[in-house]
Design a protein around this ligand. Structure first.
Ligand code: 5GP
Ligand code: MG
Length: 178
């Protein structure tokens, strides 16, 4: 595994994002919406550095079918709290083509939130397929498939404390070749 963003670098980037979010919202209550499953670790670290009253909700989005190519997006929003009149902040692991965040944003906007903003840990360069402005970005990364810190390959690697790029010799890469 090649380490792309170390544990220390991740924490610095997340602190910077938290400072920006605290600066923007001040003491206004915020409803953080965790896009499961990839952003679970990011959300856990991020919200502990937010200083306003925070409510937590989640949506489940899946577009990758255990692979690195994009499939049809499935969105489960049955776990959301009441968003009427709230400031909503959607938090996702990575902005790649943009289809996931765009779809979640459209859905949340229709549920009556007063404002809807978004934050991502990683923003992948050169992959965007639609116009969408992410409000808070942790790190910009090159167009490589990354795992760790919530991000998976075929369901594994989410527990790595850093963000890495698979190399031959890694478990998943080996399984792929067998
Ligand atoms: P998008 O809809 O922007 O193309 O893709 C966003 C979703 O695809 C992310 O929430 C994430 O689940 C998955 N994804 C995109 N790029 C990567 C990547 O490099 N690694 C992993 N593990 N997942 C990715
Ligand atoms: Mg995702």
């Amino acid at each position: 595994m090649k380490v792309l963003i170390s544990e220390d670098e991740l924490q610095q980037g997340i602190s910077k994002m938290a400072t920006e979010i605290n600066g923007q919202f001040g003491e206004q209550p915020l409803t953080v919406i965790c896009v499961m499953t990839g952003s679970i670790i990011l959300v856990a670290d991020l919200i502990r550095q937010l200083t306003m009253p925070v409510k937590l909700g989640s949506v489940h989005a899946s577009s990758y079918r255990g692979d690195t190519s994009r499939g049809e997006l499935e969105l489960d929003t049955s776990m959301l709290p009441d968003l009427n009149g709230t400031n909503a902040l959607i938090v996702d692991d990575i902005f790649d083509t943009g289809h996931t965040l765009n779809a979640v944003h459209n859905h949340i906007s229709r549920l009556g939130a007063a404002t809807v903003q978004s934050a991502v840990l990683l923003y992948k360069h050169g992959r965007q397929e639609l116009e969408f402005d992410v409000d808070f970005v942790g790190f910009e990364i090159p167009d490589e498939f990354v795992v760790g810190y919530g991000l998976d390959y075929q369901g594994i690697y989410r527990n790595l404390p850093y963000v890495g790029v698979l190399e031959s010799g890694d478990l998943a890469a080996e399984q792929e070749n067998n």
